[in-house]
Ligand binder design. Structure first.
Ligand SMILES: [Zn+2]
Length: 411
């Protein structure tokens, strides 16, 4: 009789082999069974057996024939990208962004929901659940073909339990995001901090090349967070707070932050600091076109309006980007000296300002990097656009499905 343990390890071995084969077809397909066996070092019968199961389940296709190396021309296998679908959710401070994609992370359907102020945890989970239902309906996808849901949530997240531990800007604690979504939709749910999610999205779909095993991705919106990918793994730290550079203190006597401390980086850099600087200077009588562009309502003077005014040459708008960009550069310089990554990618809402934010950051790092190599650290704006974190959320599920790369793992 086979003991339960043996059955368990046999099952594990089989699912690992299955993931290995799937991932090999994903990265190298169209590919023959013989070449899969060569690349994975699995035996040809194992490859034939498991690819037979994958064909039966519809996850892969048998298609064109390859070049013969003597004998029959081999039949090539490819992933059936539209056999399953994934939902990615980006929970920001003001809105929830959702995308539904195929296995190639190609968007089938998307939605944005605004969040009311103030907001309770129940409001948030209610809005999120309703939005997922609408997204699935709009995509006209068979719910049986949904592989899972990934969630990128701002603030401190326990990725193992799928709980938002603390969202300072919303002043919310202990939101059981994974439980709520799994109960509502009966599919696996992965939850991760938004900057870490974005970093994973960058690693897979950011176009930085397959060899970027180490990278830091900084999400700059209202707040600032960093996702650190180290040896192909998301780095969480001991209690899920690794990468919270928005709360790195850069001025001990600085302004009060939403977290209760004083002089955190995000009080002087990032979207909120940008707006506050502009409004403060305008209130002191500085000449600017920003308030007029905001229809006379200071509340409406958001990053987009300040950006547009800067492009038209508004002195205060240009100065606001230069100043907050310099502070962001200071935060990134500290991060570069701490982690020493080859690449830092800036994403999030503020990244839309492109060179206006990138140049002051690059200049500061060039001036103050501790060595010539530190000064030359590659710093780039994310190419994933405003859906970057939602792509990352999709990647949380895909990384698990294809199992081998950039898995989220504690420490
Ligand atoms: Zn803070």
């Amino acid at each position: 009789m086979i003991s339960r343990d043996t059955t368990g390890s046999f099952k594990l071995m089989k699912s690992m082999n299955r993931a290995l084969i799937l991932n090999t077809i994903r990265t190298h397909g169209p590919i023959s069974r013989a070449d899969i066996a060569k690349k994975t070092k699995l035996t040809p019968p194992t490859v034939t057996n498991i690819s037979g199961e994958l064909l039966k389940s519809g996850l892969i296709n048998e298609g064109e024939t390859g070049v013969s190396k003597g004998g029959r021309r081999p039949i090539l296998l490819t992933i059936n990208w539209n056999s399953q679908f994934v939902i990615g959710i980006d929970i920001g401070v003001r809105k929830v962004r959702l995308i539904l994609t195929n296995l190639k992370a190609e968007i089938v359907s998307k939605r944005v929901e605004k969040l009311p102020v103030p907001l309770t945890a129940d409001d948030l989970t209610g809005i999120m659940t309703a939005a997922v239902k609408k997204l699935i309906d709009a995509a006209e996808v068979d719910p049986g073909k949904l592989l899972g849901i990934g969630v990128g949530m701002h603030g401190i997240v326990d990725a193992e339990k799928g709980v938002s531990l603390y969202a300072p800007t919303l002043n919310l604690k202990d939101i059981p995001l994974k439980d709520v979504l799994e109960q509502a939709f009966r599919i696996p749910v992965k939850v991760e901090n938004d900057a870490k999610t974005l970093a994973l999205g960058e690693r897979w779909y950011g176009g930085h090349g397959p060899d970027t095993d180490n990278l830091v991705c900084v999400n700059v919106g209202e707040g600032i967070g960093a996702g650190i990918i180290f040896n192909n793994r998301i780095y969480h730290g001991n209690d899920h707070i690794a990468g919270e550079i928005g709360h790195m203190v850069v001025d001990i006597d600085g302004p009060r932050c939403s977290c209760g401390n004083y002089g955190c980086l995000q009080t002087v850099a990032g979207g909120r600091a940008l707006k506050e600087y502009v409004l403060r200077e305008a209130a002191l009588g500085r000449e600017t076109s920003i308030l007029e562009a905001a229809g006379g309502n200071p509340d409406e003077a958001d990053g987009k309006i300040i950006y547009e005014c800067a492009l038209k040459g508004d002195g205060l708008a240009l100065e606001a980007f230069a100043k907050t960009g310099r502070y962001l550069g200071l935060g990134l310089l500290n991060l570069i000296h701490l982690v020493n990554p080859p690449l830092v990618v800036i994403g999030g809402g503020v990244a839309k300002a492109g060179d206006l934010i990138l140049k002051p950051v690059q200049n500061l790092v060039k001036q103050r990097g501790i060595t010539e190599k530190a000064k030359r650290t590659d710093i780039a704006i994310s190419r994933l656009g405003e859906e970057g974190t939602a792509f990352g959320a999709v990647t949380l599920v895909l990384a698990d499905f294809f199992a081998l790369e950039a898995k989220t793992e504690k420490r």
